[in-house]
Design a protein around this ligand. Sequence first.
Ligand code: ATP
Length: 508
Amino acid sequence: MQIKLVNLTKSFPGDAKKNIPDTVAVDHLNIDIQDGELLGLLGPSGCGKSTTLYMLAGLKEPTEGEIWFDDEEVTQLEPQKRGIGLVFQNYALYPHMNVYKNIAFPLTNMKVYSSKKAYKALRYQTILDILKDTDKLIAVINDSAVNDRIKKAAAMRKIQDVYNVASSVAAEVFSLNLHTYKDLKQVKDKVIDKYRQKLDKEKEKLQAKNIRINEDYEILDENNNVVKVTRNLTKDEIDCLVTEASKLVQISQYLDRKPAELSGGQQQRVAIARALVKKPKVLLLDEPLSNLDARLRLQTREEIKRIQREVGITTVFVTHDQDEAMAICDRIVVMNEGCVRQIGAPQSVYKDPHDLFVAKFLGNPPINVFKGYIQGGFVYIGDEPILEVDQKHQTIEDDLTDGLLSPEKEKREVYIAIRPEGFLYGSEISSDSLLFHADVELIQPSGKDISLTCSHPDFVGEEQFKVLLDSDAEVKEGPVTFAIKKSKVYLFDIKTEKRIYLDGRDKE
Ligand code: ATP
């Protein structure tokens, strides 16, 4: 499903008596989310991510603007009617219920407008379908064995997983004990015969009561239309949906446990299964990994990506962790103070930040920002020219255009941002390179690279800046000479903090 946010705004009223102003948490947001997309809302604490998510869920009412799900405007629609699955950071599982009941909970009072079925006949037909290929059934049962021992619970789970049937059907099929016979052929035919007879008898009973059914065992009215009623889900239907959801998040083996008997990652997977069990059209995840330790976070975020891909559900994922968003999202929305700063594929936003905020927000370690200027075709930090502006490809977009290249023009102050991996050292520096001098204060090898903590008087910020070099670089503490990789440098206007494009290399 596609989602469209149009001028979406939320302000919380202040208190004039206490001199507390209104808070504009979300400020005229315009975002189009594609069908099946995993979109990350990313930004610092308080930037309006959660408020946006809650408006999507219908839990907070917008002050202004519209929310569209495909062609339907849902701005005023109640949360229950939006077809949304929500997962919060604190899992919110019911501690006294086992995993099965937790996942089944949203289904227990769910009303469906659906066909009436001849359930008994349908059940016999389902078993007959499974028995059509007894070799497969026996392989499935054998596959559940641990140390060559077949246990009923594990075998039932396997049958449910493979055939997507209710546990009562799986139990009945298992109890036929087909896997224990040496001469299967005879037994098999007998069993199939028995179920055929049961099915025929059931069909006769329906006929005797003048109840007509179609090939899917749905009950028909006198005009041969499927009879539809508003009803609760049957126990078997609930069972199938719980089995499907728990299989998807890979927690089938824990269905009998209480949440406290699971790890944080497993609990979060239960919460995801519970959100998906009603087959929502949209999945909303609010910092779903923040209660997990570092290793589980990595694992679970991959899980979320896999589950989202498998279900193909449009998903909005809120996080303040850029690594997380970059790793799993199709696109990210970088927000600040209720506004969108940039939207795009993670890598393209990283490579082509449109303003200083986005450049500083993405990247770990963060980008290094220096104060400097452009003059006579060169970019300076301090009095050192560190970069020549490529005149041929120059596409400077703002009114700085003519101020930069001719030597007689006045210098223009800019912010110069250099990614930590944008420094060349030692033999990487060619004889005609422009140079940049700094001081190395700390050297930390980390296996795949070396991290240098350096200082420079024009570095903006309280801490020293970071440089990442190849692990074989031989570097010492004290004065150091670098050259700068042009592709890792970005310039920003000192007032607007908007990007200044010096050449066409990485402009979208
Ligand atoms: P975090 O990452 O810390 O969860 P966030 O980006 O999700 O932050 P929101 O929770 O959406 O931010 O809050 C956005 C702004 O709205 C914040 O300044 C917050 O203080 C304010 N805010 C949120 N809820 C209310 C409320 N009920 N009343 C007043 N202000 C609120």
